[in-house]
Write a protein that binds this ligand. Structure first.
Ligand code: ADP
Length: 474
C-alpha cells in the first residue's frame, strides 16, 4: 500500500468528524476543519507532552504541569463534542477559552508580561475570528489586551508573581511558545488564503449560474414574446379569413335559397335538382356555423370580443329559443318542455350571447336525444339566474366530460359518427359564459341523458382587467 491512500484514508476519517451541517459550503467546512485540526493538534501535542512533563524534577512544577495538561486534554475533548453537535461558535470560543486559561496561567507563572507565553495571547482574536466569527474575534481581542494590561498594571504596582519556572525550562517554554505561535500563524494564514480562494471560486460559480439563469430567462421571454406575436398573428389571420369566407358563403346561401324558390315556382320535374341544392344549402349553413364559431373563439382568445349588455327577460328569450327548436324536436320524436318557474324578472347581459349559449345547449340536447325528453328550466334569485338544459339522450362517458369543452372535441370523433357537428359549440359556450362572469356545469350518464347548467350573475359588470380565458390550441 502506498502513502497516498493511507493519507487520504486518514484525512477522510478526520473529515468524517465534521458533521453534515458544517460540510454544506466550502467556507464553513474549512472553518470546521481548522477547529478540528487545532483540537486534534492540541490533543496530540498535549498527550506527547505528558512524557517530558512527567520527567520534570521539581515536584511542585511537575504536579502543576501534569494536572494542567490533563485538564486541557479533557477540555479539548469536550470541544470535539461541541463540534460534533454542529456549533462552530461554541467550539471556537471553547478552544479560545481553554487556550486563554493555559496562556494566562503560563504568563502568570512565567514572569508576567516578560513570559514567553504572552505572545500566544495575540493568537486568540485571530483564531476566534476565523472559527467562531468576527464578533468573537473582537471579543477575544479585547479580552487579550485587557489581560495583558492587567498583568502589566499588577507588575507595575509591584505585585509579586510566582516564579515557578526554572530558567532552563523557561528557554524550552519560550522556544515552544514561539515555534507554536509561528506554526499556528502560518497555518491560519494558509487557511485564510485557501478560504478566500474557495470563496472566490464559489462566487465565480454563483455568478456563472446567475449569468446562465439570466440567459435562460431572456430566451424564455423571447420565446414567450414570439408565442404571443404568433398567437396574435393567428388570431388576426383567422379573424380576417373568417370574415372573408363569410361574405361569399352568405351569397351562396342566399342564391341557393333563391334557386330553390325559383325551381319550385317553375313547377314539377325539378325535385332531384331541388334536393341537390338543399344539400348545398345545408353544407353552406354548416360551414357558416363553423366559421362563426371559429371567429368567436378567436375573438375571445384575443380578448377582442366585446359584450353589449342590455336589460332583457330570460324567460322570453328561452321561449323564443324553444320555438326555434320545435321542428327539430318533432323530427327526432322528442318532447320539448319549457319550465320557466316563477318569473325571474329582467337581467342585464348581452342577450345575443346568452341566446347563442342556450341555442347551442338545446341544439345539442335535441341532436343527441331520440324519442325522449328535453327540458329547459329557468330558475333565479336576486343575485343570479340559472338555465338548466336536461335531456334523456345518449349521455356522455365520465372520462370524456371535461374534454367536451375543448375545441374540436367530440365524444364520437370517428369518421362513421352518427351526429353532425364541429366540436366547437361547447368550447365557445364555456368561454362566453366565463366572459360573462358565470360558469357551465355538466352532469351526465351514458344511456340516461345529460344535464347542462348555465349559472350567470343577474347583472353583467365589465371586469376591471380583461377576463382570462383558457387558451388551448385549435
Ligand atoms: P358539436 O358541434 O359536435 O355538438 P359541441 O362542442 O357542442 O360540438 O359538443 C361537443 C361534444 O360533446 C359533442 O360532439 C358530443 O359528443 C358531446 N355532447 C354535447 N352535448 C351533448 C348532449 N346533450 N348529449 C350527449 N353528448 C353531448
Amino acid at each position: 500500500m502506498t502513502d497516498g491512500p493511507i493519507l487520504r484514508r486518514w484525512l477522510s476519517w478526520v473529515h468524517g468528524f465534521v458533521p453534515a451541517q458544517l460540510r454544506r459550503d466550502p467556507v464553513t467546512r474549512r472553518r470546521s476543519q481548522l477547529a478540528l485540526g487545532i483540537l486534534g493538534a492540541n490533543l496530540i501535542v498535549g498527550s506527547a507532552l505528558l512524557i517530558p512533563l512527567a520527567m520534570i524534577r521539581e515536584h511542585d512544577l511537575r504536579a502543576i504541569a501534569l494536572v494542567n495538561t490533563c485538564v486541557c486534554l479533557l477540555l479539548m475533548l469536550l470541544g470535539v463534542l461541541f463540534l460534533r453537535r454542529g456549533s462552530l461558535w461554541l467550539t471556537g470560543n471553547w478552544i479560545c477559552a481553554i487556550l486563554y486559561a493555559g496562556f494566562v496561567f503560563a504568563t502568570w507563572t512565567g514572569g508576567g508580561v516578560r513570559a514567553p507565553f504572552t505572545v500566544c495571547l495575540a493568537l486568540l482574536p485571530m483564531l476566534a475570528g476565523i472559527i467562531a466569527g468576527r464578533r468573537s474575534g473582537l471579543a477575544w481581542g479585547c479580552i487579550s489586551v485587557a489581560t495583558l494590561t492587567a498583568v502589566f498594571a499588577a507588575q507595575a504596582r509591584g505585585v509579586e508573581l510566582p516564579e515557578v519556572t526554572h530558567p532552563e525550562t523557561t528557554v524550552l517554554l519560550a522556544f515552544g511558545a514561539l515555534a507554536g505561535t509561528t506554526i499556528l500563524l502560518t497555518w491560519m494564514t494558509a487557511f485564510s488564503e485557501a478560504t478566500k480562494e474557495a470563496a472566490i471560486v464559489q462566487i465565480e460559480q454563483a455568478s456563472a449560474q446567475l449569468a446562465a439563469a439570466i440567459q435562460e430567462e431572456e430566451k424564455a421571454r423571447h420565446a414567450a414574446d414570439q408565442a404571443i406575436a404568433a398567437n396574435a398573428a393567428k388570431s388576426a389571420f383567422l379573424a380576417t379569413m373568417s370574415h372573408e369566407l363569410r361574405t361569399p358563403l352568405n351569397a351562396i346561401l342566399g342564391y341557393s335559397e333563391l334557386v330553390v324558390d325559383e325551381l319550385r315556382d317553375r313547377g314539377g320535374g325539378n325535385e332531384d335538382l331541388i334536393d341537390d341544392i338543399r344539400k348545398v344549402h345545408a353544407s353552406g349553413r354548416h360551414l357558416l356555423g363553423l366559421i362563426t364559431d371559429v371567429l368567436d373563439l378567436t375573438r375571445i382568445e384575443a380578448s377582442r370580443l366585446e359584450l353589449s349588455p342590455t336589460d332583457f327577460e330570460p324567460a322570453r328569450l328561452l321561449r323564443e329559443v324553444a320555438e326555434i327548436f320545435i321542428p327539430l324536436a318533432l323530427r327526432n320524436n322528442d318532447v320539448l318542455t319549457l319550465d320557466l318557474g316563477d318569473d325571474t324578472g329582467p337581467v342585464h347581459h348581452d342577450a345575443t350571447r346568452v341566446r347563442q349559449v342556450v341555442i347551442n345547449l338545446v341544439g345539442n340536447a335535441i341532436k343527441f336525444t331520440r324519442d325522449g325528453t328535453v327540458t329547459v328550466r329557468l330558475r333565479g334569485d336576486p343575485d343570479k339566474f340559472e338555465v338548466f338544459v336536461e335531456d334523456t339522450g345518449i349521455g356522455i362517458p365520465i372520462d370524456k366530460i371535461e374534454r367536451i369543452f375543448e375545441p374540436f372535441t367530440q365524444v364520437d370523433a370517428s369518421s362513421t359518427r352518427r351526429y353532425e357537428g364541429t366540436g366547437l359549440g361547447l368550447a365557445v359556450c364555456r368561454r362566453l359564459v366565463s366572459l360573462m362572469g358565470g360558469a357551465i356545469e355538466v352532469r351526465s350518464s351514458v344511456g340516461r341523458g345529460s344535464s347542462f347548467t348555465v349559472r350567470l350573475p343577474r347583472r353583467y359588470t365589465i371586469p376591471e382587467h380583461t377576463a382570462s380565458v383558457t387558451t388551448s390550441a385549435f
